[in-house]
Write a new protein. Structure first.
Length: 132
């Protein structure tokens, strides 16, 4: 791990612990964020294909860009969201926000006061702690 990455992770972990997250939950949060980020990247496509979700059944598929075939795949997004919900039940003071744009961090945790009263969460999520 590069020195800069190590420093960033150290600062992130310190901020999460200060917000009340237990040290043993940090790897789980990071894994959830990475899973979501990779899922959102694949939804946009990678040159080989992309992830599609059938709206009526909620089934997920991999659409092969070359052949056009659809293959059923596991819904890793749904699993990550369920794990996040379970974990966040331990931290009712924090609000998770999932950013589906794959160009940045996928998961933010917002503390009380991060979103001004009466404002929309999606306008202020970046004030929270990004989990990367």
């Amino acid at each position: 791990m590069k020195q800069r990455d190590w420093q960033d992770r150290t600062r992130q972990e310190a901020a999460l612990r200060k917000a009340g997250i237990r040290t043993e939950d940090l790897p789980t949060l990071r894994r959830i964020s990475h899973t979501l980020h990779r899922w959102f990247e694949k939804e946009c496509g990678d040159g080989h294909g992309c992830i599609e979700r059938e709206e009526e059944t909620n089934q997920t598929y991999w659409l092969n860009a070359t052949t056009g075939t659809r293959t059923p795949i596991a819904d890793r997004e749904g699993g990550a969201r369920r794990r996040l919900k379970t974990l966040m039940a331990r931290y009712p003071q924090l609000t998770p926000y999932i950013q589906t744009d794959p160009r940045g961090v996928a998961l933010y945790l917002l503390r009380p006061g991060d979103v001004p009263k009466g404002e929309k969460l999606e306008s202020y999520y970046s004030r929270g702690i990004g989990v990367y």
